[in-house]
Design a protein around this ligand. Structure first.
Ligand code: ADP
Ligand code: MG
Length: 609
């Protein structure tokens, strides 16, 4: 007798279950998606013991008749596709016909269903792969599915389940995501009899986000809505300060399907590039609509991954659309967060992923603290128009009292009032304090100037218009012979970004020119950074990220330093020029350039509210 035999169906389904049904949250996902595919407008999800004891999903969708029920627990039984060409354009959430069969083989399941046009319904039971007869049963229009004692007959699987609270959290996450994706459908979710989540059918996307994650986040979101070439993106991006260490608040939906996709994680990374510390992940809620024929959803049994058929143009379109929205978010670093006690801060972090600022070393920060008022002079020739004046530029005492006037209304948008009015106070030759209509901000002069220098240099490089300042006397830098060779090997590429070097005997380089954007050029520092950056194997100076790194370091070394005394004019021109940037709220390393305190923050700090 041969050794090969076809596996019995129960075993086949159990094997499939290994891929489709990993934990209670997978049951919740499959059942809820089925309800959505059935056109439900109201879906109720009840759990017991984090879904291990029971997952019940009740919907008011099209329902199944007795003949459907007889097939429901069979493997590869589906109403959603019939021939292989259907796989090319799937618009339903399910299509593999595996979910119910899998559940039927690893749990105690019951379906009760009644189509809208039927007088009575029917029900069927499957337990550990044994499917019973369909029987007549009364019930409301729609379908109720009950999955009890998940993995009761597969101890090895049951053992891998986590604590009840963890499984519950995953189930809630699934329902929340599906609820976010499906306007027009109401959701109610309970756990051991207690309501844990709900949304009404008529709530829109933003309303659903607010219900799920709170107003603090929802009120700060900026909408995106763009289309190109048959692809549409809609949704919201959050200001960078909401970023977290993981991608759990990046919600992407493709034609109503929730998905996690490496490509889309990278899209968001690029859209927030320069506004976010590298280890942080932005928060965004985005819906993509795309002709189903342009994406392959049949990549993974749980259907969480997809393959885009033409990802390259899509990538560029998405990054551009998202970045435009990201730059509209309020990127200011709220001072209020700095005044939190540690406990409150930790609470906030766990809610929003917001982290306190890293303290940055500064050369001017050591000595005794000096507060110096920058001498007040009229802002412009002939003085500023009174309505735009909210400081007291002529007085010797700095006053941040807003003067009455249309632009100084408390509700006025920060962006529309004069952003560059004094007076300014320079603290410790490092920070600039400036009054605002509704509070004040503290600017890190070095960080802001660094951002400005960097952005201008990057623009020059992009536009191929780098201006070089030739040094009258070339500056020589001693370094090893290998390093001289390394940098000379990239001589031409460096020239394109404005760095002119020549050999100067063995073990010495001569710097002949640097970008004229650099105000206090530090040739030796630039060379040392280049060695550091290019010294890593395989890094070429033409690569976009290397150019960026070189420009960052040059900007950093050649900007106004902490410790430099600034006059009012210097400060104003710095602020004015920075105001033209895509964002003047973070430095190229994504640390804040300024921290803003609103009156509300002050009231909180002084226990007035
Ligand atoms: P798939 O969703 O991939 O088709 P499933 O195993 O999840 O496979 O479901 C099998 C079939 O059972 C579906 O194609 C659908 O016809 C039917 N079905 C499942 N759940 C429901 C429901 N809640 N309402 C109506 N029909 C359902
Ligand atoms: Mg399904």
């Amino acid at each position: 007798m041969g050794r090969i035999a076809l596996l019995p169906e129960v075993v086949r389904n159990q094997i499939a279950a290994g891929e489709v049904i990993e934990r209670p949250a997978s049951v919740v996902k499959e059942l809820t998606e089925n309800a959505l595919d059935a056109g439900a407008t109201q879906i109720r999800v009840d759990l017991e013991q984090g879904g291990v004891g029971l997952v019940r999903v009740v919907d008011d969708g099209v329902g199944m008749d007795a003949s459907d029920l007889a097939l429901a627990f069979e493997g590869h039984a589906t109403s959603k596709l019939s021939e292989s060409s259907d796989l090319e354009h799937i618009s339903s959430l399910g299509f593999r016909g595996e979910a119910l069969a899998s559940m039927g083989s690893v749990a105690r399941c019951r379906i009760l269903s009644r189509p809208a046009d039927a007088m009575v319904g029917a029900s069927i039971v499957a337990e550990g792969g044994r499917v019973q007869e369909v029987v007549e049963a009364g019930g409301p229009r729609g379908t109720t599915l009950e999955i009890r004692d998940l993995f009761y007959n597969v101890p090895a699987r049951r053992q891998f389940l986590k604590r009840t609270s963890t499984e519950l959290a995953r189930c809630v996450d699934v329902v929340q995501r599906l609820a976010l994706a499906h306007d027009g459908v109401g959701f109610i979710m309970t756990s051991d009899g207690k309501r844990v989540f709900d949304v009404e059918p008529d709530m829109d996307f933003l309303g659903r986000i607010r219900r799920t994650f709170g107003a603090e986040l929802a009120d700060e979101l900026v909408p995106v809505s763009e289309s190109s070439n048959g692809m549409q993106i809609d949704g919201f991006v959050a200001p960078p300060r909401f970023a977290r260490r993981d991608t759990s608040r990046q919600m992407w939906f493709l034609n109503g399907r929730m998905l996690r996709d490496k490509l889309l994680i990278r899209v968001l990374k690029d859209a927030y590039h320069g506004f976010l510390e590298p280890f942080k992940q932005p928060v965004a809620f985005l819906r993509l609509s795309l002709d189903p024929a342009r994406v392959d959803v049949n990549v993974h049994p749980a259907k969480a991954e997809v393959r885009f058929r033409d990802s390259r143009p899509m990538f560029g379109f998405l990054v551009k659309a998202l970045r435009a929205a990201v730059t509209q978010t309020d990127m200011a670093t709220p001072g209020e967060s700095l005044m939190d006690t540690r406990v409150r801060r930790e609470q906030r972090e766990s809610q929003t992923g917001y982290l306190p600022l890293p303290s940055r070393p500064s050369s001017g920060g050591q000595g005794p603290m000096v507060v110096r008022e920058v001498s007040g002079r009229p802002l412009h020739e002939g003085g500023p128009p009174p309505a735009r004046e909210f400081g007291a530029p002529d007085s010797t005492v700095a006053s941040f009292e807003p003067k009455p006037g249309p632009a100084a209304d408390a509700g006025e948008d920060w962006q529309t009032v004069d952003r560059f009015a004094g007076p300014f106070i320079q603290v410790n030759r490092t920070y600039i304090v400036r009054g605002l209509p509704d509070g004040f901000e503290i600017i890190d002069q070095h960080a802001l100037h660094e951002r400005l220098t960097y952005e201008l240099m990057r623009k020059d490089v992009r536009e191929n218009s780098v201006a070089v300042q030739r040094l009258l006397i070339p500056e020589t830098v001693d370094c090893s012979r290998a390093h001289v060779g390394l940098l000379l090997g990239h001589k031409d590429a460096l020239e394109r970004i404005g760095i002119i070097i020549e050999a100067f005997g063995e073990g010495t380089l001569a710097v002949h020119g640097l970008p004229s954007r650099l105000k206090n050029p530090d040739a030796e520092g630039v060379v040392r950074d280049l060695i550091e950056i290019l010294g890593h194997d395989g890094k070429l100076p033409d690569a976009e990220d290397v150019i960026e790194e070189v420009l960052h370091s040059a900007a950093c070394r050649s900007s106004i330093m902490a410790g430099d005394e600034l006059r009012e004019n210097d400060i104003r021109s710095l602020l004015e020029r920075a105001g033209e940037l895509e964002s003047d709220q973070t430095c190229p390393h994504s640390r804040p350039t300024r921290v803003r305190f609103t009156l509300a923050d002050l009231e909180k700090a002084f226990h007035r509210s």
